[in-house]
Design a protein around this ligand. Sequence first.
Ligand code: MF3
Ligand code: CO
Ligand code: CO
Length: 267
Amino acid sequence: MLMARESRVSIKTTEEQALMRQAGRLTADVLDMIGPHVQPGITTGELDRICHEYIVGHQNAIPAPLDYKGFPKSICTSINHVVCHGIPGDKRLKAGDIVNVDVTVIKDGFHGDSSRMFLVGKVSVQAERLCRVAFESMWEGIRIVRPGTRLGDIGHAIQRYAEGHGYSIVREFCGHGIGRGFHEDPQVLHYGEPGTGMVLEAGMTFTIEPMVNAGRRHVKVLPDGWTVVTKDHSPSAQWEHTVLVTADGVEVLTLGAADRGDAAAAP
Ligand code: MF3
Ligand code: CO
Ligand code: CO
C-alpha cells in the first residue's frame, strides 16, 4: 500500500546529514581520482583495482558493490551498449568508447553513490551528444528537487528532456533512497506524470541516475546475471548523483571538486 511505502522513507537528522555529506564527498573524490586513468589501453579490471585500493587504503572506507548480492567487484564499469552494472574485467578501453564508472562508498555506516560518463580518446559526435543529453537529463531532475516536489515531477522532467532529444529512458532501473542502506525507499523513477507520487520533504536523501539510450528503451541482462545491455545494441549513457532535500531546495552531495560550491548554479 502506498502509505506504508511512504512511511518507510527515512528523514535524516542533522547528524545523519553530515555523515551523508562525508560519504558523498568521498564518492566524488574517487571519481575525480579515477578520471585521469580512463584512457585507451587500460582494462576495466585495472580501474576497479585502483578504485578499490583508494577507497580501502586511502579513504579507510568500504566499496559497497563488493559482495553486494554477490557482485564480484568494487565498482561498476559499463561500456557503450552496456546500460549499467558492468563487471570490471580484462576488457581494454579503446578510443571512441564511452564508459560509465559507478562508485558507491560506505563511510561511518552511510552510503554515497555517484556515476559519470568518461569519453575515451576521441569519440563520435553522436556518442558525445548522448553523454551530454544524459547529463542534462539528470540535472533536469535535480534542479526541481525541493520540499513539495513530487517524485512524478522528477521522472517527468527527466523523461521529457531525454525523449525530446530523440532518446529513450530505461524503465527497469531507477534511483533510490540511500543512507545506512545502499538501496532504500523510495524508488525514484526516471519517467512519470507530473503531480503524482510521493511528496518530497526536507531531510530525505536519494539518488537520481537516469539511463538514456540512443535507440529503443528495452534492455536485457547477460548470462553473468549482472551486465545490463540494450536489446538493440544502441549505446547508452548514465550519470548519477546523491542528493539531500533541504528546507528550500537541494544539496548535491556527490559534486566533484570542479563543481563544488556551485550546486545551485550547476548546469
Ligand atoms: N551503484 C548502483 C546504483 O546506482 C548499484 C550497483 S549494484 C552492484 O544503484 F551490485 F552492481 F554493484
Ligand atoms: Co544508485
Ligand atoms: Co550507483
